[in-house]
Design a protein around this ligand. Structure first.
Ligand code: ASP
Length: 312
């Protein structure tokens, strides 16, 4: 029997000091929820799913309730799950489901597909009794105010050249997105899983799908471990960041080195801003980010370092 472990993140970005405690504690609580499942002999897949559900219901994070808004002021969510036996489930452009990660599980467990997007996700939710919600119910005041502020400044899309070419990730705050959530775990049987959920990035073009539901880009899991990324999805996708980190772990690189080298690679290749968490097959965990902050949750205690890398 192995020792079960979990690590979660609450998004890489620039978190305003007055909000830091909410992010830090939210990530810690989600990790505790996952750990409780693991301690009772539950599966890594259940642990990461429940940790993410808790964060989807926490309005602080950019997923489920509290998601960022599209250019036309609506919520469109993406979600993902994957296990080390190469099973994948993902949902994208989800507009009316309270917990999009539950839909990712349905895609994995009840369909022959990997990714379902758009209007059909609502029908899938109906077919499998997944709780629906009025799309307005996912919008919180803080995001609405930020959306209005950005519209008033005449900003077009988050992916416009002004932001894409920015060398300064502090241009982007938690309220612009980058506070997607993810979780990686290994259970007592040695099974490994990853889950992620996001509202994407503020002012994204309607229909834009980010890295989170893309296997190998935002997340990946296999027998060597699991990786969950967060940050600027377009940059993450260009370098397939999660698979890059996974491959380093699979080649035998220690997890902490693998996370840091992956972030260095992202910066060198596409000048991207992103962070990631990872767990290896021995249960060692690490994180790294090119952004000022990444709230990380582990059950053993509150992680109060707002930024940077995991301790050695
Ligand atoms: N990676 C997400 C996206 O681009 C955003 C985030 O991590 O907060 O959709």
């Amino acid at each position: 029997m192995r020792e079960a472990k979990i690590i979660v993140h609450g998004g890489a970005g620039t978190i305003r000091p007055r909000l830091w405690a909410a992010y830090r504690d939210g990530a810690h609580v989600a990790a505790l929820i996952g750990q409780q499942i693991l301690s009772q002999g539950g599966s890594a897949l259940d642990a990461v799913t429940e940790a993410v559900i808790n964060m989807e219901d926490n309005p602080v994070f950019n997923c489920g309730t509290g998601s960022c808004l599209t250019y036309d002021g609506r919520v469109e969510c993406d979600s993902f799950v994957m296990t080390d036996d190469m099973r994948i489930g993902a949902a994208a452009i989800v507009t009316n489901v309270k917990n999009p990660v539950k839909l990712a599980r349905v895609v994995m467990e009840h369909t022959v597909h990997n990714l379902i997007a758009g209007e059909a996700t609502g029908r899938l939710a109906d077919a499998y009794d997944i709780e629906k919600i009025d799309p307005h119910g996912l919008v919180v005041d803080r995001r609405r105010r930020r959306w209005q502020e950005m519209m008033d400044r005449g900003l077009e899309y988050m992916v416009d050249p002004e932001l894409e070419s920015s060398d300064d990730p502090t241009d982007l705050s938690d309220e612009d997105g980058m506070d997607t959530v993810g979780a990686c775990a290994i259970d007592r049987q040695g099974c490994i899983a990853v889950a992620g959920s996001t509202g994407g990035i503020m002012l994204k073009y309607p229909g834009r799908i980010g890295d989170t539901p893309m296997p190998g880009a935002g997340s990946y899991a296999g027998s060597a471990g699991a990786v969950a990324c967060t940050g600027h999805g377009e940059a993450i996708m260009r370098v397939c960041l999660a698979k890059h980190c996974y491959d380093l772990m699979e080649s035998g690189m220690p997890v902490q080195e693998a996370t840091q080298q992956s972030i260095d690679f992202l910066v060198q290749r596409v000048n991207g801003f992103a962070g990631l968490i990872a767990i290896d097959s021995k249960g060692s965990r690490a994180w790294s980010t090119s952004t000022p902050n990444i709230p990380v949750g582990i059950p053993e205690g509150v992680v109060d370092s707002s930024s940077g890398q995991s301790p050695a």
